[in-house]
Design a protein around this ligand. Sequence first.
Ligand SMILES: Nc1ncnc2c1ncn2[C@@H]1O[C@H](COP(=O)(O)OP(=O)(O)OP(=O)(O)O)[C@@H](O)[C@H]1O
Length: 497
Amino acid sequence: MNDGLGASAEQHLAEIWQRAVDTLSPGAKVWVYSAKPLTLHNNILIVAVQDDLTRAQLESRVRPALEHAISMALQQETRLVVTIEPGLSESLHQQDDMSTKGPVTYATDPYRREASYGQEAEPDDDEDDDSDEFVPSWAERKTSPPRIGTVAEARLNPRYLFENFVIGSSNRFAHAAAVAVAEAPGKAYNPLVIHGESGLGKTHLLHAIGHYVLNLYPSSRVRYVNSEEFTNDVINAIRENRTAALKRKYREIDVLLVDDIQFLEGKESTQTEFFHTFNALHNENKQIVMTSDRPPKNLTTLEDRLRNRFEWGLTTDVQPPDLETRIAILRKKAANEKLTAPADVLEFIASKVQTNIRELEGALIRATAFANLNGTTVDLQLAQIVLKDLIAEGEEPDITAGMIMAQTAAYSEFSIDDLCSTNRSRNLVLARQIAMYLCRELTDMSLPKIGQEFGNRDHTTVMHADRKIRKLMAEKHAVYNQVTELTARIKQQARQS
Ligand SMILES: Nc1ncnc2c1ncn2[C@@H]1O[C@H](COP(=O)(O)OP(=O)(O)OP(=O)(O)O)[C@@H](O)[C@H]1O
């Protein structure tokens, strides 16, 4: 497909988009509902959003799931480029042709939903939300019966291959372990757990294992699932009395790849089901590979019996890449995606983005897409202009408690005075605790000093707030998204002041 879409192509794109969006988790949908697909150019889908913040979210946390969903819906590997169209929100609301169910409330009125934080993420009632509906993709289902051992059924992203993975000192061991497991599933290390900060290649390695296994053992049954999908599957199965089918689905697998197991924390029924799945597979020497944002022993609210099992096999980490590896990653990315960028631009980007490979790639795509759309090629000067918001570590602007309180107040329905008051209404307490947590995260202030700022509270109150928000963020994507969004706003304000 090309630029200049006719009405039917436009409608087709809108349908594809909707299908892809329907498969996303509620936490991701929050960010996507107001986006609009503009055009598909080769394998790049350009999507418009109304503000910087939404773009940042689509380019970071939401990107992997969204690109995966679109690639599946289009049956071709597709990359996402996000542009900003400020008037978009109104025009979309007028048309109202996108799904604006449930999650909208989160985005516009985050604190009002506090009552639901205590529950596990509930999938939409929409039938399409059942992940089974989507794999193999709708197009494939119409024409062919299910086969075993396909990339689509395994839910693997075609882009995440070992060939595309750049090895450096930060990930050498994790890569070697992943290859070993793929070559001898169930024999080398079982389970294999890969942990590390966001955007350092854990998901990539997980999918690469799946591809390699399918290459070496084409009839094997491989399945990738993230922990939120697993949770949704468990909730649906219990609600619909389909637990036997659920058991079959996850236990008739040779290689189970589970992403982001930290989201199992605090979800009892899901943990129980996962425990039994784990045992059933492990007993039969089926391979289990998992990723986590921290080592299993630090998943403190996970049941002991699960945590113990996670440590039966091999645990390895991925670290942020050094400058040389970052440049090599950008080079590979540029070559794979046929993006033209001179060496000094790649070095500029690699020097600015130090801790997250997803952001590293996002910056390259943003700079080259901008040049493309303007019919020019990217050079250092253009890259510096387009990426002026990238601030290397060490150059971070100072953030004050005042800024945090002002932004939290503006984001919630409360005033700064409310945040400092003794009022303990439920929503206000959450807003206050988030603000305290952010003071802990974004400033060097001590606990007593933070307490003082919030109406002379005791340091133990701040400590409690900090713990509580950390826990909620690990358990609830909605809270995670709100805190991320607020953090972005605060940083943006700090840069401007
Ligand atoms: N060593 C690498 N070589 C090439 N690309 C990489 C490498 N590491 C990460 N990437 C790319 O960076 C992006 C982010 O990686 P990935 O999604 O695997 O991170 P993650 O650790 O799973 O993050 P999260 O915890 O947020 O899910 C992906 O597009 C991936 O292909």
